[in-house]
Write a protein of this length. Structure first.
Length: 265
């Protein structure tokens, strides 16, 4: 891909994230959330902000990239005629959004036939944005800009692990995660996409999840891999379709995590 085309795609990705910031912040911590439950059983919330965020991003794509496909969480997908597909999660962590926590985010990814090639993790409320792809690994936030870089290798006994277990996963998957978590120095829960951002920023060693969708993980894959990390399924294969996922800061901790998860699952 030519540099000019890559620059254009990066500019569009930023425009999508900008539009989603406006749409989400107009409802965050207000009385206009309009929470609905999408689940037949249990609780899977969607808000006016989710729908407004995705609609705003899709409007930009319809105008500027009409040949590209779109896969989003809240609206029907459109097929690609260009070989490229935008994968959108308008609010990753809607439960956190509804509760007023600042650890939800907007996920924007661009994928080809082999998986994600560009991704943004954006946290509108605290003003942090991470971008990875086309040779870039960039962070911007209230304290300025810098290049993203994941943590150097350390053993699992000294590592930090993030997850949304036990809320997600089957009993078998929870047992596998427990086997890994029992060997880590520190385990934290419930950070949604912000946990992946912390891996890319060099603060966290592992994120372990199950039951994910493509729109949950494609942007984090692009960002973490650009920063020097690895994201696969629990067997070491591609993770861009979701399912069981390990996001690791480096090859060493990734291998240690896979050995435990694959043996226990």
């Amino acid at each position: 891909m030519k540099d000019t085309e890559a620059d254009s795609l990066i500019e569009i990705a930023h425009a999508l994230a900008d539009a989603a910031r406006t749409a989400t912040l107009s409802h965050f911590r207000t009385a206009t959330l309009g929470v609905e439950n999408k689940a037949g059983t249990g609780f899977d919330p969607v808000t006016r902000a989710d729908r407004a965020s995705e609609a705003a991003m899709r409007a930009i794509l319809a105008d500027r990239r009409p040949e590209d496909g779109v896969l989003g969480e809240e609206l029907d997908g459109t097929s690609s005629r260009s070989g490229l597909t935008w994968v959108l999660d308008p609010i990753d962590g809607t439960r956190g959004f509804v509760c007023g926590t600042p650890t939800w985010g907007v996920l924007v990814a661009l994928s080809d036939a082999d998986g994600p090639i560009l991704g943004i993790i954006d946290q509108p409320y605290i003003g942090e944005r991470l971008l990875g792809g086309f040779g870039r690994a960039e962070f911007s936030g209230p304290h300025g800009q810098r290049r993203l870089a994941t943590r150097a290798p350390r053993p699992l006994s000294q590592a930090s692990v993030f997850s949304t277990f036990p809320e997600v996963g089957t009993p078998e998957e929870r047992r596998a995660f427990a086997a890994l978590a029992g060997q880590a120095q520190m385990v934290r829960y419930g950070m949604d996409c912000y946990a992946y951002a912390l891996v890319a920023m060099g603060h966290v060693d592992l994120v372990v999840e199950a039951g994910l969708h493509a729109y949950d993980i494609q942007a984090p894959i692009a960002v973490i891999e650009a920063a020097g990390g690895i994201v696969t399924d629990w067997k070491g294969g591609p993770a861009h379709d979701g399912g069981r996922v390990v996001a690791a800061a480096n090859a060493s901790i990734h291998a240690e995590a896979l050995a435990i998860l694959s043996a226990a699952a």
